[in-house]
Design a protein around this ligand. Structure first.
Ligand SMILES: Cc1cc2nc3c(=O)[nH]c(=O)nc-3n(C[C@H](O)[C@H](O)[C@H](O)COP(=O)(O)OP(=O)(O)OC[C@H]3O[C@@H](n4cnc5c(N)ncnc54)[C@H](O)[C@@H]3O)c2cc1C
Length: 381
C-alpha cells in the first residue's frame, strides 16, 4: 500500500493551492456580495487547465486521472468553493460528451468549455422531485432526423450563464430507467427559457430552472444510444461524488487553517486561546474526521482509476463529507466569537455555501439508500 502522490500530482497540488490563494480567494466574497457570475475566474481557470480535467486531449483538455482531478478541486475549493461548481460540471460534461457523444458534437463544445468560455450545465432534477431521478417527466420524441424535447428542469447550477445543457428526458416513458436518454441542448434554440433562484449561498453560480417548450434538436445531439443514459449518469455521479467530497473538505481545510491562526493570536484571561483545550479539542476532532473523509475520497478516486467498483464508496463520500465540512466550518465560525458572525470573515459564507452540497447531487438520505442497497443486497432493502 502506498499513500504518496506522484511527483506530477504534487506539482498540481502546489500550483493549484497557489492559484487558489492568489487568484480565487481574494474575490471569493465579491461574487457573493454582488451576485455576479465569476466569469473572469472561469477564464483563468480554463487557462490553467481546471476546466478540462476530464476533457480528452484532442478536444483541448488534460484528461488527467481521477485522483489528480480530486487534488485540483480540493485545492481550488480552499480559495473559492463556488468556482468549483464550474469544475464539477465540466468534469461531468467532459466525461459524458468525451465518452458517449458523437465526435462532431464533442469537437464543437468541449474545447470552448475547457477554455472557460462555454458552460455546459447538468440538467436532471425536475420540479416534482430530484431524489427519484428515474421518475423524470421531460419527454423527447423522435421526429424524422430530429428530437422534440419538452419539460421543466429545476435547480440547475449555472443555468443562467449556461451555453448548453446535458438534458435527461424520457424517450420511452414506460421503460423506467431504460427509457432515459441524454441530449446536448444549446440554450439559444427556440423554445428554451430560464429563470433564476435567490439562494442562501453560492450566489454567483446562477442556479435556476430550465424550460423546454418543444425544443427541436438534430438527432446527432443525442448522447449515447436511446435509453442508455441512466446507468451512464449514475456512473458519472460515482465520480463527481468523490470530487464533491474533496471540494467540501477543501473549503473546511481553509476555515480550519484560518481558525488555528486566529486562536494563536487572540487572548483570553491573559493567554492565547490556543492554550485552552476547550478550543483546541473540538478542532482536533474535526481535523481527524476531515482526514478520514479525505482518504475515503482519494481511495474512491483510486478505485475509479483502477476500473474497480466504487458506487458504495462514492455514496459514502457524498454522505459524509458535506456534513463534516459544514460541522467543521460551523465550529470555526463559533471559535471566532462575535467576529465569526460578521460578514468580514469568510466563515459565514463558507457555511452557507457548503450547505448546498448537503442537498445537491443526491441528498444524504439517498446516499444512505445506495450504501444500504450495497451492503444488504438489492432484494433485501
Ligand atoms: C446547490 C445545488 C446545486 C444543484 N445543482 C444541480 C444541477 O446542476 N443539476 C441538477 O439536475 N440538479 C441540481 N441540484 C438538485 C439536486 O440534485 C436535488 O435538489 C437533489 O437531488 C434532491 O432533490 P429535491 O431537492 O427535489 O428533494 P426531494 O427529492 O423532494 O427530497 C426532499 C427530502 O426528502 C428526502 N427523501 C426523498 N426521498 C426519500 C426516501 N426515499 N427516503 C428518505 N428520504 C427521502 C430527501 O433526502 C430530502 O431531504 C442542485 C441542488 C442544490 C442545492
Amino acid at each position: 500500500m502506498d499513500f504518496s502522490f506522484s511527483e506530477e500530482q504534487r506539482l498540481v497540488a502546489e500550483t493549484m493551492r497557489a492559484f487558489a490563494r492568489d487568484v480565487l480567494l481574494p474575490k471569493y466574497a465579491y461574487w457573493d456580495r454582488t451576485g455576479e457570475l465569476p466569469r473572469e475566474q472561469f477564464l483563468k481557470m480554463g487557462q490553467i487547465g481546471l476546466l478540462g480535467l476530464r476533457v480528452p486531449e484532442e478536444h483541448g483538455g488534460q484528461e488527467v486521472d481521477a485522483i489528480t482531478a480530486g487534488i485540483a478541486i480540493e485545492a481550488a475549493a480552499s480559495g473559492d468553493f463556488n468556482c468549483c461548481y464550474a469544475i464539477l460540471i465540466a468534469c461531468f460534461a467532459g466525461e459524458m460528451l468525451g465518452r458517449y457523444a458523437p465526435e462532431q458534437v464533442s469537437a464543437e463544445w468541449l474545447p470552448g468549455m475547457a477554455a472557460g468560455e462555454k458552460i455546459i450545465c447538468t440538467c436532471l432534477t425536475e420540479p416534482q422531485g430530484g431524489s427519484d431521478a428515474v421518475g423524470i417527466r421531460a419527454r423527447a420524441v423522435r421526429d424524422g432526423g430530429d428530437y422534440v424535447i419538452s419539460g421543466e428542469k429545476a435547480s440547475i447550477t449555472l443555468v443562467m450563464a449556461g451555453d448548453a445543457g446535458i438534458v435527461f428526458a424520457k424517450t420511452d416513458p414506460g421503460a423506467g430507467a431504460r427509457g432515459v436518454t441524454a441530449f446536448l441542448v444549446p440554450f439559444d434554440l427556440p423554445g428554451v427559457s430560464r429563470s433564476a433562484y435567490s439562494d442562501l449561498g453560492s450566489r454567483g453560480i446562477a442556479r435556476g430552472s430550465l424550460f423546454l417548450d418543444e425544443v427541436r434538436i438534430p438527432a446527432r445531439y443525442r448522447i449515447g444510444e436511446e435509453g442508455g443514459a441512466f446507468s451512464r449518469v449514475m456512473h458519472t455521479f460515482d465520480y463527481t461524488r468523490a470530487l464533491i467530497g474533496l471540494m467540501c473538505l477543501g473549503a473546511a481545510q481553509a476555515s480550519l487553517a484560518e481558525t488555528v491562526e486566529y486562536l494563536k493570536n487572540r487572548q483570553s484571561f491573559g493567554k492565547p486561546l490556543s492554550k485552552y483545550q476547550g478550543v483546541t479539542f473540538p478542532l482536533a476532532d474535526w481535523a481527524a474526521k476531515m482526514e478520514m473523509a479525505r482518504w475515503l475520497c482519494f481511495r474512491t478516486l483510486w478505485l475509479r482509476d483502477q476500473g474497480l467498483p466504487h458506487t458504495s464508496e462514492a455514496a459514502m463520500c457524498k454522505m459524509q463529507c458535506p456534513d463534516i465540512a459544514a460541522g467543521a466550518i460551523h465550529e470555526c465560525l463559533l471559535l471566532h466569537g462575535h467576529y465569526g458572525y460578521t460578514t468580514d470573515y469568510p466563515q459565514e459564507q463558507r457555511l452557507r455555501d457548503v450547505i448546498g452540497q448537503q442537498i445537491a447531487d443526491g441528498t444524504t438520505q439517498i446516499q444512505k439508500m445506495i450504501v444500504a442497497r450495497e451492503i444488504f443486497g438489492r432484494d433485501f432493502v
